[in-house]
Ligand binder design. Structure first.
Ligand SMILES: [Zn+2]
Length: 275
């Protein structure tokens, strides 16, 4: 079974709760870490889906071109990296359109995949799926079907499904969780991949595969940059942001050896065939 490899392309300071002033003073390091990730993926001959933050497409067109040239899929990660459930539908529509346009201006390809900042499509912001369908997105991978302090829909389906909205249908490919009794545990990606020992991540992935579900794995380029600056911000977010960063690269290499991966679009295509 092939799993989905996804990357949320933002700099180390763009996905943490700090002020715009602090953000503007932070050292940009995205190019180095993202090229490093692309080098590793090329070494293992793996293609994935890269969800690009709008300003990243605007500032680093050559990086975006490399991602596209090497056969990866480009998706949209919004513009502001703010929580969707704290936006109005109008703000969400405007910034999503702006980000998708910035990405397709670079590649001349339409953008049909979306991932919300902080997985923030929740019960309070399910209207976002209507807007995504209206804007021509074919699939979304923003819903984490468990409870977390910042995100999650604890009773959402574990497997991908078509969601019908007033503006048409959209395929939702939720982030993977493992069922253990009545509990739903985050399987792999981001901080979870750094916090669990590798053998636990591997066992989690195998348990999900056994239920005939492809895992949606996710990573940020800055997770491959253990030396990025240490700054102060909200403790809950800080706790996971800096944890065990040195482990990412060796674990990623093991993961790419032990499992096979593909872009999210292949999971969506397979789903439409099955459904
Ligand atoms: Zn993000």
């Amino acid at each position: 079974m092939r799993h989905a490899f996804t990357v949320d392309v933002e700099d180390w300071y763009q996905g943490i709760p700090i002020s715009n002033t602090m953000s503007a003073q932070s050292e940009p390091r995205l190019e180095g870490s993202c090229h490093r990730l692309l080098d590793i993926m090329a070494e293992y001959d793996v293609r994935g889906t890269f969800f690009i933050l709008g300003p990243v497409a605007q500032h680093y067109p050559n990086l975006i071109r490399r991602i596209a040239r090497e056969g990866h899929e480009l998706g949209c990660h919004g513009w502001s990296h703010d929580l969707v459930y704290e936006m109005t539908p109008e703000q969400f529509r405007e910034e999503t359109q702006r980000a998708a346009a910035a990405i397709s201006n670079v590649t001349a390809q339409p953008v049909t995949a979306y991932r919300a900042a902080y997985f923030s499509i929740t019960a309070r912001s399910l209207w976002a799926l209507d807007i995504l369908a209206e804007l021509g997105f074919q699939y979304d991978s923003s819903i984490f079907p468990l409870h977390n302090w910042r995100y999650g829909i604890p009773d959402f389906d574990l497997a991908p499904r078509i969601v019908k909205t007033a503006s048409g249908s959209i395929c939702e490919i939720p982030i993977s969780v493992r069922e253990v009794g009545k509990m739903r545990l985050p399987v792999t990606g981001g901080a979870y991949f750094r916090l669990y020992p590798y053998f636990v991540s591997r066992a989690n992935m195998r348990a999900v595969s056994k239920q005939q579900r492809a895992v949606v794995f996710y990573l940020h380029p800055w997770e491959l940059d253990p030396d990025h600056p240490r700054i102060a911000f909200y403790w809950k977010a800080r706790l996971t942001h800096y944890a065990n960063l040195k482990a990412t690269e060796p674990r990623l290499r093991r993961l790419l050896t032990d499992f096979s991966f593909c872009p999210l679009r292949e999971i969506a295509v397979q789903m439409r065939k099955d459904g």
